[in-house]
Ligand binder design. Structure first.
Ligand code: PLP
Length: 379
């Protein structure tokens, strides 16, 4: 294990540390059990069994059917696949999305618009960054072709959570396909996919203490799409290529652990979030928070706006020098910093500097105390 030295890691929305128990579950498939899952002899069959057991475990936790779970390389591949398939295979000619989606979605829908494959519409946002659902309904009503609605479950920069059932019901009413980027919520919230009106969701295990480079795409059993990678019969002919066996095993183990400890961990992490907000509010006059932090919001993150001064502009740089990992997201665009499309879309206030702090079960209140004290010295 590499030591984290005295680093404070408050960037768990970007990625999380690998859980020791997850690594333990993966180890046999990184060492002795190296057979190709497609080989018919026992060495191969053992690996095939590991993949299918992982699929069953993931499906059970999400209340889906194992045949609805496809292992991929992560959230980006899963969203690309779902969006492209909706246009190519499911007859969608219109896409309804939002300006605050992750680039995995945004760049994909913009590409489809540029190539003329689909017309793209952005649903309006309310002042707190939530989707204006009456505008969504209006867009669905006015469309003169089948729509793909792609809206993320939780926003990775500001934490806002979408009402998936409400949006799914609207999509049903207008015979639209609904894809939701659930990368920030799988492993963080319970899912009940059999009772959620959604066609595609995505997940990536590195967001909940699993390995990087492995994800899932859930495809509802009533949706039939064409293979998305050609050249082999893996993933039931849909995604060719020798499987990432240890990654898949790690995904399932991480999801199992996250689910087992959900109540205690989520309560603990929510406590860290409110504690940081309280401390920042007391320490910094004029601080504000993006999104709907005390309402429909991820319990894992705080997006804070510090009034812009010569000193606050250097926050991220100074946090790094102090061994504190957090991420930026200001609206401005200067030099190498292209700014955040999310912050620009919701506030576009050049007079503030945005910092995202995101937590895991490994963080502590003492770390928050240290960070707030360091921030006071910096600003
Ligand atoms: N969608 C959201 C909301 C994310 O936060 C991320 C992670 O950065 C992704 C998609 C992309 O996931 P991955 O890095 O596994 O491809």
């Amino acid at each position: 294990m590499y030591a984290m030295a005295d680093r404070i890691y408050f960037d768990n929305a970007a990625t999380t540390s690998l859980d020791g128990e997850v690594l333990e579950a993966m180890m046999p498939y990184l060492t002795n059990l190296y057979g190709n899952p497609s080989s018919i002899y026992s060495y191969g069959r053992e690996c095939r069994l590991a993949i299918e057991n992982a699929r069953k475990s993931v499906a059970k936790i999400l209340n889906a059917h194992p045949a609805e779970i496809f292992f991929t390389s992560g959230g980006t591949e899963s969203s690309n696949t779902a969006i492209n398939a909706a246009i190519k295979d499911l007859g969608c000619t219109h896409i309804i999305s939002s300006a605050i989606e992750h680039h995995a979605t945004l760049h994909t829908v913009e590409h489809l618009q540029h190539t003329g494959a689909a017309k793209l519409y952005f649903v309006q946002l309310l002042p707190n960054g939530h989707i204006d659902t009456s505008h969504l309904e209006q867009l669905l009503m006015e469309a003169d072709g089948r729509c793909l609605v792609t809206l993320m479950h939780a926003n990775n920069e500001i934490g806002n959570i979408l009402d998936m059932v409400l949006v799914g019901e609207l999509c049903k009413k207008f015979n639209a396909i609904f894809h939701s980027d659930t990368v920030q919520t799988v492993g963080h919230f319970p899912f009940d996919l059999r009772n959620t009106p959604v066609h595609f969701i995505t997940g990536a295990s590195h967001k909940f203490h699993g390995p990087k480079g492995v994800g899932i795409l859930y495809i509802n059993e009533n949706v039939k799409i064409q293979p998305f990678v050609l050249g082999g019969s893996q993933e039931r002919n849909m995604r060719a290529g020798t499987e990432n066996v240890y990654g898949i095993v790690g995904f399932a183990k991480a999801l199992q652990l996250a689910t087992e400890h959900f109540t205690a961990d989520s309560e603990y992490i929510r406590g860290l979030k409110t504690y940081l907000m309280q401390k920042l509010t007391v320490a910094f006059a004029g601080i504000s928070f993006n999104g709907d932090p005390l309402g429909k919001s991820l319990y894992t993150l705080v997006s804070a706006n510090f009034p812009k001064t010569e000193k606050s502009e250097m926050i991220l740089f100074n946090l790094d020098i102090n061994n504190i990992c957090a991420s930026g997201g200001s609206a401005c665009s200067s030099g190498a910093d292209v700014g955040s499309h999310v912050i620009r879309a919701i506030s576009n206030n050049p007079g503030q500097v945005t910092v995202r702090f995101s937590f895991s079960k490994h963080n502590t209140r003492a770390e928050i105390d240290t960070v707030v004290e360091k921030l006071k010295n910096m600003i």
